[in-house]
Design a protein around this ligand. Sequence first.
Ligand code: TEU
Length: 541
Amino acid sequence: RRHENWWRGAVIYQIYPRSFADGNGDGTGDLAGVRARLGHLADLGVDAVWFNPWYPSPMADGGYDVADYRGIDPAFGTLEEAEKLIAEALDLGIRTIVDIVPNHISAAHPWFAAALASPPGSPERDRFWFRPGRGPDGCEPPNNWPSQFGGPAWTRTKNDDGTPGQWFLNLFDSQQPDLNWDHPDVRGEHEDVLRFWFDRGAAGVRIDSAALLTKDPGLPDLPEPVGSAVPAPHPYTDRDDLHDIYRSWRRLADGYPGTRVLIGEVWMPDMERFARYLRPDEMHTAFNFDFLSCPWDPERLRASIDTTLAAHRPVGAPATWVLCNHDVTRTVTRYGRADSGFDFATKAHGVPTDLALGTRRARAAALLTLALPGSVYVYQGEELGLPEAEDIPADRRADPMYLRTGGTDPGRDGCRVPLPWSGTEPPYGFGPASADPWLPQPADWADRTVEAQRADPGSMLSLYRTGLRLRRAEDALGDGPMRWLDSRPDVLAFGRGDAFACVVNLGPDPVEPPAHRELLLASGPLDGDRIPPDTAVWLRI
Ligand code: TEU
């Protein structure tokens, strides 16, 4: 898969830089830590790595509040180190994807300072969405849009003399003012930023909140109650004029040698609308959150696979399979719950979970996704079977989703805890023993470290490593067709090519595998010849 279309069947590893490895001993992960641990990624056998934002940022939203796209946050390192890292990874056959956050920037970005220093109606303010408030003295927000992190999507400014001024739009945190994509500076600047990173060897970009950028300039209210269905066109989601932006980005990317890929973060329940972003002159690929949101249920998963493949086929884009990321509950925790689906709206603290069951299912899910057609994302720690860290003390939590809801929403810190590398107690080799990791690590992760798992053939790490190795060796895996094989409804069985089959038992009883010549890999112990519940196998047929 070293050819132009490497991305169509790639396995891409997601690094949350703050929590991967701490090279300088300040408790925060950094590029020195990543460079020292590239061997782990090479060992695992991934094709590319996607870095969550690593740019200078006040970290009001873990770096999704970018203050300067042309640098690296000093807590993470320097631009020179990033360039070295990109080259060193490529020497190991690993391409680098960077994160672009076009919906908003940090309130600490010079553009926002200029906007605040300029009068209402000025071109500087027009790069954002500044509006007068409603009601007496403009004390009500300009409309009823909600922030994704809770509360209104508007923040009021103060005039020079301290009196209340205009409001600005922030669909996320108040430190993340939304950009106005009708402004030519906004378009030009983002194209320059893409060039900046492509020129430095980035093989692609992950496009944050890609369906939110453009807004109805009239900023109309959402129908009440907010949260109820919105007739199309939605005032700020999935608007038609987004597609021109991605078309011009595609032209820009295509102007570079080799394939520079555009990967969209597009949360979109309607798969056909989703696939519009993947037309041949737009993005190359986008995260499949439909599959991620599914509970561990054979009918739901089968339907999601079918809908996904059917939606991608006409546009010619490969599907993607994502089990978790830095925004969602860790897989082994989620799959161990009675309701194992994922939904931001119903996410809660302290839901009972059976980690042994969740781990069995997560192992089966790993073999399922690695065998499906398309590319696969692995979020750091997924290969270690890390659970969600649920008992982080309130005063250590940093996620605005937790902070802005006063803790009603558990937030996303629990899936962002620094990785355990070695040893038997925190910081588990994340950094020197003297450095306290920025989020506390659970006391019971000793058997989940990379070191502990490397030598254990039954570990999650060994399963991922073997799965990735077999996947690379098997021409029929990655991009390409699949076909369902006859099976009970609670079993997912499919073939790739004429000699490979994957069978996942989601039912309550052990099942006989289809006729085969060889067992290539199993996600757990078999019951004689039979596949136990919550277990997947790869077969040579
Ligand atoms: O997430 C965008 C996003 O829309 C969903 O993750 C979700 O809507 C949100 O987390 C809660 O409703 C991206 C990033 O992945 C996330 O980490 C950032 O916080 C967010 O954008 C803002 O940049």
